[in-house]
Design a protein around this ligand. Sequence first.
Ligand SMILES: Nc1ncnc2c1ncn2[C@@H]1O[C@H](COP(=O)(O)OP(=O)(O)OP(=O)(O)O)[C@@H](O)[C@H]1O
Ligand SMILES: [Mg+2]
Length: 428
Amino acid sequence: MDNPNKPILLIVDDNPTNIKVLFNFLKESGFKVLVAKDGESALSKLQEISPDLVLLDVMMPGIDGFETCRRMKEDPKLKEIPVIFMTALSDTVDKVKGLSLGAVDYITKPFQQEEVLARINLHLKLRSLTLDLAQKNEKLENFNHELERQVEERTAELKRTQSQLVLGEKMSALGQLVAGVAHEINNPVNFIYGNLRYASEYTHGLLELVQKYQEKDPDPGEEIEELIEEIDLEFVNEDLPRLLNSMQIGAERIREIVLSLRNFSRVDEAEFKEADLHAGIDSTLMILHSKTKAKGDDPGIEIIRDYGKLPLVKCYPGQLNQVFMNLLVNAIDALEENRKSERKIEIITQKREKDIEIRITDNAGGIPPEVQDKLFNPFFTTKPVGKGTGLGLAIVHSIIVEKHGGTIECQSQVNDGTAFILRLPVDN
Ligand SMILES: Nc1ncnc2c1ncn2[C@@H]1O[C@H](COP(=O)(O)OP(=O)(O)OP(=O)(O)O)[C@@H](O)[C@H]1O
Ligand SMILES: [Mg+2]
């Protein structure tokens, strides 16, 4: 029975008698034996078969054993095959030359069969151990690579989680502060706001009364006339209602801001609940008003709202406000940097079949493609040190994708502008 796992030996020798002796003896010892009659044909045979060991005669016509060995060692495919020289010479110089060329051993003619067999077996064993070791090494290396990769991945993940925690904590601390301040301001503003109406009514009444008196008694005497002059009654008559009116507008505005702050911080709304997204966007815009409004000869940033009809959306409202804030601040920052004449931010909302789409577009000049790939990486920022942390979009991504199962996409055109498109799933 032919064992397919028999070790394969290649004998390279020009002497037929030698070949015959070796061939028969090795075959009987359980090897598969192949033969080549000179160096050239050995080398070409080696291109097709890959023996486990080569027995190489030194003295041959054409290229000799040394040269054959040298060429084998130059060929990456062949250089690992162990070579044993066969030499009739007991000359040490030859043996050393063979070994220095990369042969693993030598045997001398005439052969001692047991010795030949012992040497062949030893080198086959060594060879298989070496191969084994190389394989294990490779596995170990792969394992190491995998381990390194995993460590890197985990570290990045940890860093991300950590930064989110830190930012999350900062945001919630800020939220609590804002909510606290808003709450404190709320009451006094309500006194003012609530009483202004009466103040205005009473004032009207009093002014009317004074006017009636003046009609009834056009000549009230010196003392009263002096007083009328002193307080400039005519001006007060005109200005007091106007003044009350602007106080009313101011108080209303404070109330709106307080409402927005409370809406934005929403410490009371950490849970998942139905919310009006437009209210969230509007309060965020209100908070950012000082950054977008016209100042002096700066016309400011035009905000275009194109709101569709949206249902209430189940979400974490406070977190979505953070998202709007980060995206809007980024757009404003980009517009500040790229001072062109007509700066605008457009916010389009739309209910679609299975989701709600919110598109925030600016005309700030866009993001270069090489930057676009990194936008959502934590700590990626192109802003000067101290200005940006590079966490804004990473947080946005995590809130939209992980917390709300939505998607975020950035479409940007250099020299034109950038759009961030949020999609939040809704089930109706
Ligand atoms: N609308 C935009 N136009 C141009 N570049 C933008 C825009 N939005 C984001 N970027 C770019 O993406 C980078 C990352 O944004 P991200 O919000 O994550 O961090 P940041 O704004 O630099 O810092 P942080 O938000 O933490 O203060 C920005 O530095 C900027 O280069
Ligand atoms: Mg940002």
